[in-house]
Write a protein that binds this ligand. Structure first.
Ligand code: NAD
Length: 500
């Protein structure tokens, strides 16, 4: 019996899905159990109840999944499929996802703790990502090239480039947006004609396993999409597998470095979407109420478990106290409750381990002498809840400012003028996202060019869109996903010269 908020009733399809004692992997179009090295319990972070078990795929099972993806890549049913047909499959998949929004969202809320409304918007966003990349399947193109090579007398040449699928992809994703991030990888790689073995996070695999069967239902050939479950060791076996042509990874900088090094030792193509410690810059001429709301939303949405969360805010000295008070007022009003409570504004954090890590940063902030403006505590005995928290500091060198906390913890620091603000904002080993709040367009444009980050949002909190490339500078990653770049990532260019 799954223990959830009595105001919500789980869909029959979710209850049926959770009946299985252990959830199998999805390989070659079938649910597969067996070859494993142990199992992992999946916990509802709102109730601390174990709701499912998953197998940890061992080497034999990883081999099976990779060889399924390899034979599907070579098989004419996928290799020779017309771009229009690939487009059609991606569109059908988007429709199938829309039809299952409620079930996938319930599983996501159960395993991750996020609000059901946010889970639904994540699933709908994923359907839109598949629709967006469906369009790209029919638009990949090469170029014709004029060469200066001298031809033998009487001979001519015709040179061109082709974009070909990169091959078999290993996709590794984190737990914070399991379905969005899986879609950011699956949709473009399928549009490009690749095949994949996807490993979701061991913390949130259920929604992805439920999604996996939809690929077979809408007619993707068996083996094109495979999903295996497991922990970091399974991920390491997958990413170092000799039959993998490309790795696309989203997760922590720490694991990204391990994967990057392993990829280089085999010279595998790799994209890394990693951690962040994204700054916001609020100038005294900004719409201050709007800025305070935007900063609160940018850090407290999804409990701050967002790679682009604006976790550092730099506020011009003259308006510092007012803006901090406004953000604190917004955060003290937030209703904290489980994701199935429709009035909830903040669900629990994803796991006990993660809650302990975030609380550990609160202790570090206090021992470093930062001023605790509000929050900082675990409010309930049950569930991994954490109060929205604000620190103020005049020193930019603290651990709570340098390190990614990945929770609802904001640190506010005052700045004097634009150059001072930009210096503080760029003083980080990360460079994922940033926001600027001002009514002065020339100031905004100067910040746009000076901020060392993959994203800059002016007068709005950071949000993703399928046509808006995402990726980090410095230790926030290598490469960009989404947009046109997102699909090109899964192609390799072949240059051809025909002499006739
Ligand atoms: P994580 O790095 O601990 O795990 C991510 C995935 O990697 C999981 O599936 C895990 O099982 C797997 N993994 C762990 N060790 C591995 C290894 N040695 N080899 C291969 N795979 C391995 O990250 P997390 O805690 O799941 O997610 C939070 C992190 O993700 C944060 O740092 C956040 O900033 C980052 N993130 C980045 C983006 C982005 O677009 N840049 C988006 C979302 C999350």
């Amino acid at each position: 019996m799954i223990d959830i908020n009595p105001a919500h009733t789980l869909s029959p399809s979710v209850l049926k899905f959770l009946e299985a004692s252990t959830q199998g992997h999805y390989i070659n179009g079938e649910v597969v159990s067996g070859a494993h090295s142990g199992s992992i319990p999946i916990t509802n972070p709102a109730t601390e109840q174990v709701i499912a078990q998953i197998d940890i795929a061992d080497k034999k099972l990883v081999d099976q999944a990779v060889s399924s993806a390899r034979s599907a890549f070579r098989h004419s049913s996928w290799k020779r499929m017309s771009p229009t047909k690939r487009q059609g499959l991606l569109l059908s998949l988007a429709d199938a996802i829309e039809a299952e929004v409620d079930s996938i969202a319930e599983l996501l809320t159960l395993e991750n703790g996020k609000l059901l409304a946010h889970a639904k918007s994540e699933i709908r966003g994923a359907a839109n990502t598949f629709r967006y990349y469906a369009g790209w399947a029919t638009k990949l193109e090469g170029e014709t090239l004029d060469l200066s090579l001298r031809q033998a007398p009487g001979r001519q040449n015709f040179a061109f480039t082709r974009r070909e699928p990169v091959g078999v992809v290993a996709a590794i994703v984190p737990w914070n947006f399991p379905i969005s991030i899986a879609a950011w990888k699956l949709a473009p790689l399928l549009a490009a004609g690749c095949t994949v073995v996807l490993k979701p996070s061991e913390v949130t695999p259920l929604s992805t396993l439920y999604l996996a069967k939809l690929f077979g239902d809408v007619g993707f050939p068996a083996g094109v999409v495979n999903v295996i479950t497991g922990d970091g060791e399974t991920g390491a076996v997958l990413t170092t597998h000799p039959e993998i042509d490309k790795i696309t990874f989203t997760g922590s900088t720490q694991v990204g470095k391990i994967i990057g090094k392993a990829a280089m030792s085999d010279l595998k193509d790799v994209s890394l979407e990693l951690g962040g410690k994204s700054p916001g810059l609020i100038f005294e001429d900004a719409d201050l109420e709007d800025a305070a709301k935007g900063i609160a939303m940018g850090i407290f949405r999804n409990g701050g478990q967002v790679c682009v969360a604006g976790s550092r805010v730099y506020i011009q000295e003259k308006v510092f106290d007012k803006v901090v008070a406004d953000i604190a007022a917004a955060c003290q009003k937030m209703k904290m409750s489980d994701g199935f409570d429709v009035s909830s504004e903040l669900g629990p954090l994803v796991s006990r381990t993660h809650l302990d890590s975030v609380l550990g940063y609160v202790d570090k902030g206090l021992s470093e002498g930062a001023e605790l403006v509000c929050g900082g505590k675990r409010p309930n005995e049950k569930g991994y809840y954490m109060q929205p928290t604000i620190f103020a500091s005049t020193d930019n060198q603290k651990k709570i400012i340098a390190e990614e906390i990945f929770g609802p913890v904001l640190v506010a620091v005052p700045f004097k003028d634009m150059e001072d603000g930009l210096r503080l904002a760029n003083d980080s080993r990360y460079g994922l996202s940033s926001t600027v709040w001002t009514k002065d367009i020339s100031k905004a444009l100067h910040c746009v060019s000076e901020l060392d980050a993959g994203w800059v949002f002016v007068n709005a909190p950071a949000r993703s869109d399928a046509n808006f490339p995402l990726g980090g500078n410095k230790q926030s990653g290598i490469g960009r996903e989404l947009g046109k770049t997102g699909v090109y990532n899964f192609t390799k260019l072949k240059s051809v010269n025909i002499v006739f």
